[in-house]
Design a protein around this ligand. Sequence first.
Ligand code: HEM
Length: 409
Amino acid sequence: MSTAALSDFDPDATLISLLTDRAAIADPYPRLRSMREHAPIHQTALGKTWVVSRYDEARAVLRDPRCGNPTPEMFEEGRAGLDGSRRRPRARESLSILQLNPPDHGRIRGLVARAFTPRRVEQLRPEIEAIADRLLDAMGGTGDLVDGLAFPLPANVISALVGVPERDRQFLRPLIGDLTVGIEPTASDDEIARADAAGATMREYLADLIAARRADPGDDLLSVLIHANDDGDQLTENEILVNTLLIYAAGFETTTHLIGNMFRAFVANPAQLDRVRADRSLVPGAVEEVLRYDPPVQLDGRYVHETIAIGGHTLAQGDSVITLIGAVNRDPAHFEQPDDFDIGRTNTQVLSFGSGIHFCLGAALARLEGQVVLGKLLDRHETWEIVGEPTWRPRITLRGVESMQVALS
Ligand code: HEM
C-alpha cells in the first residue's frame, strides 16, 4: 500500500488490516506511516479508543501520571480492553507490575528490580554465550533459526535466571505460547480461555518451585525475590508468583523476535552487515537500531484516568490509548531517514521498551542477549541467507516470525 492521499485514507480500515491482515503483519510500515501522516491522534470507531502514532504524543501518554492501567471500576464497567466485555475484573492480588497502578506498582517494582541490577544481568553473559554456542553448534549452519536459536536462547536464559530446571523447560513452552496470545487485541474467547488456563497451570508450577527455593535457596531470581526486603517490606507469596510469571512470559517471545528481526534486517541490508563485521564496536548500536527499525512489541498503551489534552485532542477520563510503536520509532520529526536501517545512528531514544514507570525491566537483559547473538553469528558465519519465505506469527502486539529457514556458512 502506498501512502494514500488524505481524502482516501480510512484510518479505521487501516487499523483493522494492521490487526488482522497477514500481508500487513509481514510489513506493517507503509500502513503505520499512513496513520502517522494522516491520523496521528485518531479516535477509532470504537469511540473510547484512541490510536497515537507520533513520537512526542505517544511518549507523553506513556509517561503521563494521569494515564495508567485500567482501574477496577473500568473493568467492572466493561471498559478494560478493546473489547472490554471479555476481560474479566481481576483481583488486585492477581495483577503483576505490568498491570498495576501506583502506589502498588512502585512498591513491588522496587523489590522486583533487585533481581535485575546491571551486575546481575552482566553476570549472565558467560551463560548466554555458552547457550548461544551450544545452539549454533547443534544447528550446524542450516535449519529454522527460530526453532534452533531465536526461541531456545531466551527461553533457556530466562529459565536459568528464574531458576527453572532444564527438565521442565519443554513443558513450559506451549503454556507460554498460549499465555502471550491472551494479550493480543484480536484474541478470541477461546484463546483468552486458553491463556487463563495456561496462567493457572504455570502458577501451580511456580508455587511448587517457590516452596522448593524457600527450603533450599539458590542464586536465582526466585531466591532473590523471596529474600528482597525494603525497610521490612517483603513481597508476598502471591506477588512473587504473579511477577515471576510476568518476567518468565515477558522474557520469552519478545527477545525471540528481536533475534529474528535482527537477522532479517541484516540479510536485507548487506552493507550494514559488512559494516558491523568490520567494526565490532558497532554491535550495541546495531541492536538498538534493530529495536528501532523493527520493534518486537508493536502495541503499547494506557487508560486515561484523568482527562488530558494531546496534540489538539481531548482524551476523556475512561478512554483508552494504543500507541503504535513501529510508527513512532520511524517518526521523521525524531529520526533522519527513518525507513533506513542504519546501525551508526546516534539517536537511540526509541519507545521499543516503553517509557515512564512501566519501562521494560528486562531491557538490559534483552540488549545483552541481542549483542551476544550478533557477536556469535559474526564470529561463526561469513554469509547469512534466508531460504524461502519466513512464516509470520499472525499477531501484531508481539510481532515476529515463527519460522525462518536459514543457511549460514
Ligand atoms: C526485545 C525484548 C523486549 C521488548 C521489546 C520488551 C518490551 C517491553 C515494553 C514495551 C514494556 C512496557 C509495557 C508498558 O508500557 O506497559 C515492557 C515491560 C516489561 N518488560 Fe519487557 N521487553 C523485552 C524483554 C524483556 C525481558 C527479557 C524481560 C525479563 C526478563 C522483560 C520484562 C518486562 C517487565 C517485568 C515489564 C513490566 C515493567 C513494569 O510494568 O513496571 N522484558 N517490556
